[in-house]
Ligand binder design. Structure first.
Ligand code: ZN
Length: 478
């Protein structure tokens, strides 16, 4: 009988948040603010408040819960957790708006928050048996527990571009004036700007253009439900730069694992130049699909380019093969009787090798076996670009889509889309909870804190706390 699917009760959420290290450690970074408004609450409170705001989907609702008894419940839970008592008066949105802005508007403090989050998350992953160096898999056959996968998600702003012509935005703004605002600190926004988010931009995603802010999130997970761990989050600073943000996140996360990661899974946003950078700088394989050369009606035309003529000795004679790369794989091409090109065979992957250079960068080598009726032979290829104009990394894959390992590893990516839709369900009407990208980044980070804390707690629970979230039902807890 399948285990019952359920949503965590608020008492479990409080316990999970206080037991995991995120709330206390990220809170420490908010200590000692340079600006002197006297702090009524300990520094861990803004982090816990942000996470609870995502649990309740609205800061307005969270405030009502806190005043209505949740604050007392939180103080009781804190007693056993070794954190400073938050005192008798509830912390509510106006205080949060102040402390959150201090935390995220200063670039150094923001980077420290994101860095510390990733450090804690990698440690959690390793406690769960993920990203462990030396144990499982190889560069040739990476183990799914040593794969990190990521995705970008565009969150639409609260206000649309032309609010004057937009009923939905008008009604949202009207709600805000009547006190039902979803955590937008309208006081701090001049009236002229109140109804637009100037940090939003038009992002071209595979599913079309979306106006908003684009956030990139990376994960690792085991096979069990509720085992997903968010490893890092960041914001794309301009349209067209999602891949650069993704590479920067990989560069933040991978060194923390000291060799625990073998492969990175991402979608087609990572082009050859990014794939080459991840291989060279981080020493990691990238597993992703090859962008189609063209789409004609329903037919996808796969990318193909010549690789060169390769010869091997058969007895005293030389045998030549005209090799190409098609959809990431090395193929052997010949000519049919009528002169049209013909695929003779697809090479099989033999081994992926990696060497580290004196300057700390890496170089990969791919060994593939070419079938030949006289005698099979193996060639070694460099997957790196020889110069800026070389598009080899755009074409050649260390684990191409046709390889049996591809499906096993690339399949992880579906889970990142599941995280994105879960995050969007914590937002009312599928729009950002705050105005401005820094605050929205804090909202995403706070959701990651909530998710990771629940994931850590569910390792010890009979029923995984995150299971309901992962199966995509939308029933909510009281
Ligand atoms: Zn041959």
């Amino acid at each position: 009988m399948p285990r019952r699917v359920r949503h965590p009760a608020i008492s479990e959420v409080l316990q999970a948040l206080l037991a995991a290290p995120y709330v206390s450690e990220l809170g420490q970074l908010l200590e000692g603010s340079p600006l002197g408004r006297p702090r009524k609450h300990p520094a861990w409170v803004p982090v816990a408040y942000g996470a609870l705001g995502r649990h309740f989907r609205s800061y307005n609702r969270l405030d009502a819960e806190l005043v209505g008894g949740l604050w007392t419940q939180l103080r009781q839970a804190v007693e056993g957790a070794g954190l400073p008592d938050p005192g008798p008066s509830p912390y509510t949105y106006p205080q949060h708006a102040y402390w959150r802005d201090l935390a995220v508007k200063d670039p150094e403090r923001r980077e420290a928050l994101l860095d510390t989050f990733s450090t804690l998350a990698v440690a959690q992953a390793r406690r769960s048996g993920l990203l462990l160096p030396g144990r499982k898999g190889s560069l040739t056959h990476p183990d799914p527990s040593r794969v990190i996968y990521g995705d970008g998600t565009v969150v639409r702003p609260i206000y649309r571009i032309m609010p004057d012509k937009d009923d939905a935005a008008d009604s949202l703004a009207a709600k805000g004036r009547s006190g039902a605002s979803e955590g937008t600190d309208t006081e701090a926004v001049p009236a002229r700007e109140r109804r637009q988010d100037t940090s939003a931009a038009l992002f071209q995603r595979h599913d079309g253009p979306i106006h908003g802010n684009d956030f990139v999130v990376f994960f690792a997970r085991g096979d069990d439900p509720g085992s997903r761990i968010v490893l890092g989050v960041d914001r794309v600073d301009a349209p067209g730069r999602e891949a650069d943000t993704a590479v920067r996140l990989v560069e933040r996360i991978a060194p923390l694992t000291t060799g625990g990661v073998q492969a990175v899974v991402y979608d087609g946003a990572l082009k050859g130049v990014h794939i080459d950078r991840v291989m060279r700088r981080c020493g990691l394989l990238v597993v992703n699909k090859v962008a189609a050369a063209a789409r004609n009606d329903d037919e996808v035309v796969v990318k193909r380019r010549p690789l060169g003529t390769y010869s091997h000795r058969v007895g005293r004679r030389s045998c030549s093969h005209s090799l190409h790369i098609e959809d990431g794989s090395v193929i052997d091409m010949g000519l049919a009787d009528d002169g049209t090109p013909l695929r003779l065979s697809t090479a099989t992957r033999k081994q992926v090798k990696r060497v580290q250079r004196a300057d700390g960068t890496y170089r990969f080598h791919l060994g593939v076996t070419i079938p030949c009726r006289r005698s099979n032979f193996t060639i070694w290829l460099s997957p790196h670009a020889r110069n800026d104009a070389d598009n080899l990394p755009e074409h050649l894959r260390l684990i191409p889509p046709a390889d049996p390992d591809f499906k096993r590893i690339y399949g992880r990516r579906n889970d990142s889309e599941s995280f994105n839709s879960q995050y969007k369900r914590t937002l009312l009407v599928d729009r950002a909870a705050s105005v401005g990208w820094e605050r929205q980044l804090f909202d995403v980070l706070a959701f990651a804190v909530l998710q990771n804390s629940l994931s850590a707690a569910s390792r010890h629970a009979d029923q995984p706390l995150l299971r309901r979230l992962e199966t995509g039902h939308s029933r909510r807890s009281a």
